[in-house]
Ligand binder design. Structure first.
Ligand SMILES: C[S@@+](CC[C@H](N)C(=O)[O-])C[C@H]1O[C@@H](n2cnc3c(N)ncnc32)[C@H](O)[C@@H]1O
Length: 248
């Protein structure tokens, strides 16, 4: 089997590259995960991308139920490992359950498969191992920096991409003046002192629902927390990301 992981960008069909569209149309099968309530919009978005981009009538779309992570297992790594095993199994069942064996199978990966995404790690569990191909996609970080029209790095300077949990538990990472924070359900920027930082924040970046806010952290912190809470209430879900830079 040849498995293609296609980066689809962050929720805007216009993020699809020509390479991604060509790859979709070269498949026997495209697997689409169905998630629990609240995330339905994302499954629908993948379906909408297929409706708009698929011109090859021979390419079949197969939905599979995304297994739920067992939060009862105490060890976090074990919990994630078990979950990835279950997802690999669900892929295999969805592919095998289609009568004849599909040779060319693809998954549509949110953003880019290299950035905080486990699809490649799950693919490594498949037995027999498929040949692998990755089509890069626009990341949420790029969609954020584009929305604010900012460079991510200062001239010649490094930056760190991290998670809300790490920022909250470990504080500002050493050796950088700029960080990008993803996977933050708790507005971890609140744990920083309000003075001395600038924030560029965005929810649903690149999507039609996009909301953004930027300014000195102390001045916009509460506004961002309120915007995030309202948007989450209205849509039933939110994905947000931000860049923080130490003010000189
Ligand atoms: C599991 S990671 C996937 C990242 C993805 N592979 C990428 O390239 O952007 C999910 C996190 O990405 C960020 N994210 C993804 N899409 C986003 C969007 N449209 N707007 C804001 N943040 C987004 C959020 O921080 C979210 O918690």
């Amino acid at each position: 089997m040849h498995l293609t992981l296609i980066g689809i960008g962050t929720g805007n069909p216009a993020h699809m590259t020509l390479q991604a569209i060509r790859a979709m149309n070269a498949q026997d099968l495209i697997l689409i995960p169905r998630k629990g309530a609240g995330k339905a919009d994302l499954a629908e978005l993948r379906q909408a991308i297929c409706d708009e981009m698929l011109t090859n009538a021979a390419t079949r779309i197969v939905e599979f139920e995304l297994p739920v992570r067992d939060e009862a297992t105490a060890d976090y790594r074990q919990r994630v490992d078990d979950w990835h095993d279950a997802i690999a199994l669900a892929w295999q069942e969805a592919i095998g359950g289609q009568g004849h064996k599909a040779q060319k199978v693809a998954l549509l990966v949110w953003g880019d498969p290299s950035l905080y995404d486990s699809t490649l790690r799950i693919a490594a569990r498949l037995d027999p191992a498929p040949t692998l191909e990755v089509i890069p996609g626009i990341t949420s970080l790029q969609a954020l920096t584009a929305a604010h029209a900012i460079p991510i790095n200062e001239i010649g300077a490094p930056f760190t991409v991290t998670t809300g949990r790490r920022l909250r538990d470990e504080g500002w990472p050493k050796g950088v003046d700029t960080i990008a924070v993803m996977l933050d359900g708790t507005c971890a920027f609140q744990t920083l002192p309000p003075e001395g930082f600038h924030i560029w924040w965005g929810g649903y970046v690149g999507m039609k629902e996009q909301i953004i806010c930027e300014g000195p952290l102390g001045q916009v912190r509460d506004k961002i927390i309120a915007m995030r809470a309202n948007a989450r209430e209205n849509h039933g879900w939110i994905m947000d990301i931000y860049v923080l830079r130490k003010e000189k």
